[in-house]
Design a protein around this ligand. Structure first.
Ligand code: AMP
Ligand code: ZN
Length: 112
């Protein structure tokens, strides 16, 4: 299987890891859109949010618990945004479920 994020998780492609546990890894986005732009990725290959299954529910909870720890470790006490792009219309480019953790300055524009 040809998946960049699986290769990053295995350590075959370099990344700047900021967090890792048994279920989740997180690394800096190659093309940051904010002072802090981390990708939080479950180690299990799930193609998109639309491919999450019932037995992944606990894993997805672990992603958000990791997000909270990463945000604290990166000094985002003032808040942050978590974004998931799911599928073609949302512009998902990497087909391994990931959540963008963004912060480090006040975010003006909101879609919702
Ligand atoms: P999305 O468009 O939501 O699928 O987000 C994919 C993100 O992965 C983009 O923000 C890219 O900049 C980022 N990205 C792609 N390849 C790498 C990589 N090798 N290391 C870190 N980030 C990457
Ligand atoms: Zn993958």
């Amino acid at each position: 299987m040809d998946c960049i994020f699986c290769e990053i998780i295995k350590g075959n492609i370099p990344s700047t890891k900021v967090y890792e546990d048994d279920f989740v890894t997180a690394f800096n986005d190659l093309n940051p859109q904010m002072p802090v732009h981390v990708l939080i990725v479950p180690k299990k290959h799930i193609a998109s949010a639309n491919d999450i299954e019932e037995n992944d529910a606990e894993l997805i909870g672990k992603v958000f618990l990791a997000a909270k720890k990463i945000a604290a470790s990166m000094g985002l006490e003032n808040g942050y945004r978590i974004i998931n792009n799911c599928g073609e219309d949302a512009g998902q480019t990497v087909k391994h479920l990931h959540f963008h953790l963004l912060g480090g300055k006040t975010m003006g524009d909101k879609i919702i």
